[in-house]
Design a protein around this ligand. Sequence first.
Ligand SMILES: CC(C)(COP(=O)(O)OP(=O)(O)OC[C@H]1O[C@@H](n2cnc3c(N)ncnc32)[C@H](O)[C@@H]1OP(=O)(O)O)[C@@H](O)C(=O)NCCC(=O)NCCS
Length: 179
Amino acid sequence: MNGVLEDRQQLAEKLKDFPSYYSNVLSSAHTSVVVCVTNQKQIVAACGIQRPFNYLVVYVQEEYRGHGLGTLAVKQAVNIARKSNFSFVNLAVSTENPSALRLYSKTGFRVTALFSKFRFKIMTLPLRFKGKIVYAFFSKVCSLLPEVILMNLVLSLMSVAKSIRQVGAVGFQEFLGAS
Ligand SMILES: CC(C)(COP(=O)(O)OP(=O)(O)OC[C@H]1O[C@@H](n2cnc3c(N)ncnc32)[C@H](O)[C@@H]1OP(=O)(O)O)[C@@H](O)C(=O)NCCC(=O)NCCS
């Protein structure tokens, strides 16, 4: 099924077996792109991109990992973002999550900032010229600032993101593909 996602409550219900962090983000009104992979009965993998900073999350149910579903969901979400004129997509990933790091690097995400003390990275996928400029600027700034200051900056941006409420759904895709 492809279309504009309107019923967030219905999605939250379908994601009830996902860890609460992921089901909350994916069914949030601020998540403007959602891609779900189903096994005909239930959602087994999902990827969402949340406004205003185009923050991507992806989750695959444990028994379905290692079959390319995470990659499929991320690529489809990025395709929708590209078609919807997003300039870039961002994410945060633990430096101790090798499968996620592999997935993101093979789908074109580049490191914007490394927080080695906090064991995570911010990665960005520029989608348009404006996104490339934003990436070049922020990766330079991040390479110059001390980690603690950078961390405070990220926390401030997160609280700004929380306070921005205007968002509209731009895309929803459901794939039948998992066995
Ligand atoms: C991260 C996650 C989404 C990956 O989903 P998945 O469906 O297993 O991913 P895929 O099968 O599409 O691809 C994973 C890639 O990582 C590789 N990989 C798996 N385990 C790995 C490891 N220990 N070290 C290095 N690479 C590894 C796979 O080989 C594959 O790469 P390849 O296609 O080049 O062979 C899934 O593990 C998950 O949901 N984890 C919990 C939530 C999470 O961590 N989300 C990301 C938050 S930033």
